[in-house]
Design a binder for this molecule. Structure first.
Ligand code: FAD
Length: 290
């Protein structure tokens, strides 16, 4: 290996792991477009894995499974999201048996969003972690979700961290956060984990900025804070999609740089099946396509 290549490879090695999240598109054409587009572009960064979301109440069960299969066939480490709400135990077992059979090694265990008016009894991600640990022992690495800005349903910040600790102790070995634009929230969350004696790696979820209205709507729904300065500044670019994209790439690159300085174990990009902004941010941070 030439000296330039070895310097690049050494500097890239010191960067934390990358992962990319996709949702199952509608129809065969949508899957092909995703694989030839965002997946092809971003897998060039050699992420640790690509994860596939699972629609609320199991609404994308077959789509999630199909995309996971296609990613594995393409030689990409695919990590399915799995949510406990809305599926029977038998359906969950059938799906996870299949995942074991096709070589899935890691699952992101979630409660999922409760379907309103469903009358469901409360379920929690911890139950899913326990179920998978007991059925498959150590076959799967289990990850869970973390909320540095506190999950919106939590009775209190303390209750939220207690429940997080309980679900990790049930058998998870890593976590991925909800996105945030304020690093103090993450530092506070890690402090509270440390105080509770928890030391699992907490990868940070990163949401690139693409569309102001959908970001506002989604953030309000999931309890993610858009700081006032950021919202005002984004609105200043509302009439010009190109300048909003450039501004968003700049802001999110700086956020990631701060997180790298804090020593995060990984960056997990919510790609929304797009690649332009995510690719540019990764390049800005020094990740290289190979
Ligand atoms: P839990 O950990 O079960 O917690 C849910 C709430 O219940 C929290 O407020 C917690 O404090 C509280 N709680 C936990 N245990 C108890 C208890 N014993 N008693 C009382 N309260 C309790 N959703 C999807 O539908 N599909 C996806 O693919 C998906 N992917 C995601 C990926 C990431 C990285 C993240 C961060 C979220 C994702 N979500 C997804 C959203 C997630 O399903 C929702 O945020 C959901 O509302 C909570 O899921 P959870 O697994 O964090 O729940």
């Amino acid at each position: 290996m030439g000296s330039m290549e070895s310097i690049m490879s050494t500097s890239q090695q010191s960067l934390p792991e990358l992962s990319f999240e996709f949702f199952p598109p509608q129809g065969d054409d949508g899957v092909e477009r995703l694989l030839n587009g965002a997946v092809a572009k971003l897998s060039a960064f050699h992420p640790s894995y690509c994860s596939v979301t699972y629609g609320a109440g199991g609404s994308t069960r077959s789509g999630t499974q199909a995309l996971v299969e296609r990613l594995l066939e393409a030689g990409i480490n695919a990590v399915p999201h799995l949510s406990v709400g809305g599926s029977s135990d038998a359906e969950l077992d059938q799906l996870t048996d299949h995942y074991q059979h096709i070589g899935v090694r890691q699952i992101l265990c979630l409660r999922g969003d409760q379907l309103s008016g469903s009358g469901q009894r409360p379920v929690y991600a911890k139950g899913l972690v326990e179920r998978l640990r007991s059925r498959y022992q150590d076959h799967f690495e289990l990850s869970v979700a973390a909320y540095p800005e506190i999950h919106p349903d939590a009775a209190s910040a303390d209750a939220d961290i207690e429940h997080f600790v309980a679900k990790v102790n049930a058998g998870a070995s890593s976590a991925i956060t909800q996105y945030f634009y304020n690093c103090d929230a993450y530092a506070f969350f890690l402090d509270r984990c440390a105080a509770a004696g928890l030391s699992v790696p907490v990868t940070v979820g990163i949401m690139p900025i693409a569309n102001i209205e959908s970001l506002q709507r989604f953030s309000a729904k999931v309890g993610a804070d858009i700081p006032r300065w950021l919202e005002k500044a984004m609105l200043g670019h509302a009439e010009d999609a190109k300048s909003l994209t450039a501004f968003g790439i700049d802001v999110v690159t700086k956020l990631c740089e701060k997180l790298l300085q804090m020593g995060v174990p990984g960056l997990h990009f919510y790609t929304l099946n797009r690649w332009g902004a995510t690719r540019q941010i990764c390049r800005n941070l020094g990740y290289r396509e190979i």
